[in-house]
Structure formats: structure tokens, C-alpha cells
Design a protein around this ligand. Structure first.
Ligand code: SF4
Length: 134
């Protein structure tokens, strides 16, 4: 489930029972309550496509003022494009570096917020993503 808006956390169903609907509870568990919207991602929908969509959304919405967001979102979208459409596998260290650069270096919550759901996915859905990320 994607809770808290486009830059909220990706919460596996198994973690739902551990959360209270408070900002603190979500933060303590490594998620973000945000505006508390809930988007359910069907099991049949490839998560890798969802992550690609998050980078694409950020690249589209980026105002371009700072390069970690402007370039990082586009580079991330390109990485996932390549992994989805070819046999290329994304280097996890490279992806983590990209996420850290965006998180630390972005001037606002758009570029700075994107890393959270991607990191959640890497942590909780490693098995599904291993075909695309090494
Ligand atoms: S992080 Fe914010 S300020 Fe920086 S490019 Fe993205 S939208 Fe603009």
C-alpha cells in the first residue's frame, strides 16, 4: 500500500497491523503518514513499474531549481526504463547513491521525498525486485 501521497511510504500489508494512524507511529516504523491517502497496489501490478512511475512523476513535477531532483529523478526514470525493457539490472549501490543524493541535496520535499518509497520497496520487496536490481 502506498500511504501518505506520491512521496509517502510503501507499506507492506504485513506491517499494517503494527501502525497507528499518527505521524509518530509512521515515522517510528520508517514510513510517512503525509496526508494519509491510501493507494492499494494490486499484487498483479509489477512493483518495478510503480517505482518507475514514481521517478517519472517526480521528473515531471520537478521545477528544475536544484540538480539532485532535476537530474536525479530523470536518471532514476532512465534506470528503471532500461531495467524494465532490456536485460539490464540496476546496480543497488548506484541506486542507493542516487537516492541519498536526492534526499540530502534536494531543496524541497519533492526531490527529498522520493527516496522514501523507493527505499521501502528495496527493503520489503527485495524478492520481487531482484530480477531488476542486483
Ligand atoms: S527538489 Fe524542489 S526545488 Fe529542487 S528541483 Fe525539485 S521541485 Fe524544484
Amino acid at each position: 500500500m502506498h500511504i501518505g501521497g506520491p512521496l509517502g511510504g510503501l507499506v507492506p500489508v504485513s506491517k499494517i497491523s503494527e501502525l497507528n494512524i499518527t505521524f509518530e507511529s509512521f515515522q517510528e516504523n520508517g514510513f510517512l503518514l503525509g496526508h494519509a491517502s491510501v493507494v492499494c497496489i494490486p499484487q498483479s501490478f509489477p512493483l518495478v513499474n510503480y517505482l518507475h512511475h514514481l521517478f517519472e512523476f517526480t521528473a515531471h513535477e520537478s521545477c528544475g531549481k536544484c540538480f539532485p531532483c532535476r537530474l536525479g529523478s530523470t536518471r532514476g526514470k532512465e534506470l528503471f526504463d532500461k531495467a524494465i525493457h532490456t536485460d539490464y539490472k540496476i546496480d543497488k549501490t548506484l541506486l542507493n547513491d542516487l537516492l541519498e543524493t536526492m534526499e540530502i541535496g534536494s531543496l524541497c520535499a519533492l526531490g527529498g521525498g522520493l527516496p522514501l518509497p523507493i527505499k521501502n520497496a528495496l527493503m520489503y520487496f527485495e524478492e520481487e525486485l531482484k530480477e531488476f536490481i542486483r
